[in-house]
Design a protein around this ligand. Structure first.
Ligand code: NAD
Ligand code: 0WE
Length: 256
């Protein structure tokens, strides 16, 4: 007996076993959800195949570069053909060109700004629009955000501006899709050691900073993001939409 028995979901953003998307997918699966996965490109296909394969050899797996409208259309066409409906969608995708995360925000190029917003923020709108017609029984859309959306985190730069757009987009989508009983929320996670975090200089210092300053005096665990993902997907969260839920060991409440 799982909280998500009978639910069908799709997961965007698994790159490897450390991905936040994989932690949430595992938690959804444990609660009984049937899941489909997408991967960004051939480079990641094998990884995702191996992980998704642990849920059964007939797990639906599709390529999807979220900057490509035809990829997105093909994904929802295939989900529609295989399942005919959808209840859950996880957006766990972000990218900004490396240079934009190293120098000063004031030097962000038009192109880096465009790319960061296209991949990290606009994609939620495109995916929600593709999913909505399949969510005829209602649904839950969950996206991953970070504190740099609301306060300055040095070097997070254009990603912080893109996450602010993702969070505002979540509220406008929640308004549009609410009448269809589709909820849209963000999980704002504390730092987690993933592929996207690894390349960041000073990342281990950031983990130590959270340990020292967060009320819980520790970092967040991937399985705790999974548990919050299950809650937001479940009927327990039936009246929660348009929100940003902090899963950050309490760091966000601090003023100093
Ligand atoms: P990750 O590298 O495992 O996941 C990022 C994913 O984005 C990858 O699967 C990658 O393939 C995908 N992606 C990038 N460009 C894409 C494109 N054009 N089309 C399709 N997919 C694309 O790293 P992660 O830390 O698990 O990141 C997942 C989400 O969590 C991101 O939104 C990130 O901003 C957010 N987040 C991460 C942390 C952290 O500290 N790791 C904290 C808070 C929020
Ligand atoms: O959202 C993120 C990281 C997203 C990300 C990571 C990369 C690294 C490789 C987006 N684009 C790229 N581009 C690359 O070329 N996080 C919340 C993790 C993160 O990234 C930071 C952080 C934290 C936390 C960057 C600077 C400061 C803090």
């Amino acid at each position: 007996m799982g909280t998500l028995d009978g639910k069908i979901g799709i997961v965007f953003g698994v790159a490897n076993k450390r991905s936040i998307a994989w932690a949430i997918a595992q938690a959804w699966h444990k609660q009984g959800a049937t899941l489909a996965f997408t991967y960004q490109g051939e480079r990641l296909k094998e990884n995702v195949e191996e992980l998704a394969g642990t849920f059964g050899s007939d797990t639906l797996l599709m390529p999807c570069d979220v900057t490509r409208d035809d990829d997105i259309a093909a994904v929802f066409k295939t989900v529609g053909a295989k399942f005919g409906r959808l209840h859950l969608l996880l957006h766990s995708v972000a990218f900004a060109p490396k240079d934009a995360l190293e120098g000063e925000f004031v030097n962000t190029t038009r192109e880096a700004y465009r790319i960061a917003h296209d991949i990290s923020a606009y994609s939620l709108v495109a995916l929600a629009r593709g999913a909505a017609p399949l969510m005829a029984e209602g649904g839950s859309i969950v996206a991953m955000s970070y504190y740099g959306a609301e306060k300055v985190v040095p070097h997070y730069n254009v990603m912080g501006v893109a996450k602010a757009s993702l969070e505002a987009g979540t509220r406008y989508l929640a308004y549009d899709l609410g009448p269809k009983k589709i909820r849209v929320n963000c999980i704002s996670a504390g730092p987690v050691n993933t592929l996207a975090a690894r390349g960041i200089s000073g990342f281990s210092e950031m983990l130590r900073h959270y340990e020292a300053h967060a009320p819980l005096k520790r970092n967040v665990l991937p399985e705790e993001l999974g548990a919050t993902g299950v809650f937001l997907a479940s009927d327990g969260a039936a009246a929660i939409t348009g929100q940003v839920i902090y899963v950050d060991a309490g760091y966000q409440i601090m003023g100093m």
